[in-house]
Design a protein around this ligand. Structure first.
Ligand code: DSN
Length: 415
């Protein structure tokens, strides 16, 4: 219906959107940070709310005519607070990186020392990468993981006591173990640092009790809304009441102008969905599916960083096979599986080549995949790895068909 409306004005864009729909329907999505929103979430994002300026906070705006968006934004705030048991929620950040930037603006000054997980060890750009605002304007001390892919908390403590950061960031983009928020809080307390937990990747698991919550330990909790949480692309900051006013000011007017009220409406819808029993079931299945995929890959003789996963994500370690993440992600794409190359701990290759591939279960789980399907996905991946040098066309065809069979078993956006 909507696509017809777009086609009437812009057939070129309509055609590309349709092609993207087909790509999503016919390939297995294993990018750990992607997901499929409900049609209700998508519909909310495409509404007249996109027309409205609403700088400020609900009921304290700089524009008139905000009576409806005020109520929508308030619903999103209340649902976020309820879902995560948070004292305060700001649902305006346009993304997770913006959410983190707002925390920086509130909690530290340029030049201050901040500690975060190194990007190549599984952290995030906005946790102190030298090419990001966080690394450019702050003195960053990075911690990493050991060969087992685990955070070495003794090392984190040592670094914290030595460098005395004002802000410690925990949370990651590629970390397959449970994060010990309590331990991070103890370390932060020893030096009087703020603690920021970025739960962008594990938000749904935290919400559903599949991963320990960063509350009451963290001063600030940031998340994206589009990863495991299955909402529109965007961010949220939650914090203790004492920081509420400062965080709100940091978001607007600190780093953003008008909030995206159509996206905030979609966040509200997604948060309502996340409060349901069905969502709890989904989050549980995300973890079961990730474990099934990791087991299948290891049964096929492949290495996984840390020998498995406790959450939704894992990294295939290709060093023993002398293959690169870049080549394997490319061959996987030919077989109908989408994933991304990723560094492994102490990776000898550059971030553009890498020795790993990050694999995640959220999108496949939303689609309906169960453990036995993830076992088959693991087998397809293992066969693809075997033929990555020869690129045997018949074998690729066969694997592509096996991926397609799984996609057909769980149709996407069909009704
Ligand atoms: N780029 C996101 C991810 O893929 O994990 C993090 O922002």
């Amino acid at each position: 219906m909507e696509i017809e409306t777009i086609r009437n004005t812009d057939p070129e864009v309509a055609e590309l959107i349709e092609k993207e729909l087909e790509r999503q329907q016919t390939t297995i999505e294993l990018i750990a940070s992607e997901n499929f929103t409900s049609k209700a979430v998508m519909a909310a994002a495409g509404t007249v709310l996109t027309n409205k300026y609403a700088e400020g906070k609900p009921y304290k705006r700089f524009y008139n005519g905000c009576e409806n968006v005020d109520k929508i934004e308030e619903l999103a705030q209340e649902r976020a607070k309820k879902l995560f048991n948070a004292e305060h929620a700001n649902v305006q950040p346009h993304s997770g990186a913006q959410a983190n930037m707002a925390v920086f603006l509130y909690a530290v000054k340029p030049g201050d020392t901040v500690m975060g997980m190194d990007l190549s060890n599984g952290g995030h750009l906005s946790h102190g990468s030298p090419v990001n605002f966080s690394g450019l304007y702050f003195n960053i001390i990075s911690y990493g993981v050991n060969d087992n892919g685990e955070i070495d908390y003794d090392n984190v403590r040592e670094l914290a006591l030595k460098h005395k950061p004002k802000l410690i960031i925990c949370g990651a983009s590629n970390y397959s173990k449970i994060i010990d928020f309590k331990k991070f809080k103890e370390i932060a307390d020893e030096i009087g640092a703020y603690l920021l937990a970025d739960i962008a990747h594990i938000a749904a698991l935290v919400a559903a009790g599949e991963h320990p919550s960063p509350f009451p330990y963290a001063d600030f909790v940031t998340t994206t809304t589009h990863k495991t949480l299955r909402g529109p692309r965007g961010g949220i900051i939650m914090c203790k009441k004492e920081h509420a006013q400062g965080i709100d000011k940091a978001v607007f007017p600190g780093i953003q102008g008008g909030p995206l009220e159509h996206i905030i409406a979609a966040k509200a819808v997604a948060l309502k969905e996340a409060l349901s029993d069905e969502f709890k079931q989904y989050a549980k299945q995300v973890v079961l599916n990730a474990k099934a995929l990791a087991k299948s890959l290891m049964d096929e003789g492949l290495d996984i960083v840390g020998n498995g996963t406790d959450n939704h994500v894992m990294t295939l370690d290709l060093r023993k096979l002398k293959k690169t993440g870049k080549d394997i992600a490319n061959i996987l794409e030919l077989t109908g599986i989408t994933a991304n190359k990723n560094t492994v701990p102490n990776d000898p290759e550059s971030p553009f080549v890498t020795s790993g591939v990050r694999l995640g279960s959220p999108a496949a789980t939303t689609r309906g995949f169960k453990e036995e399907d993830m076992t088959e996905v693991g087998k397809i991946i293992a066969e693809a790895v075997k033929i990555s040098d020869t690129k045997d066309e018949n074998k690729i065809k066969e694997l592509r068909q096996r991926s397609l069979n799984l996609c057909k078993k769980y149709p996407l956006y069909k009704d």
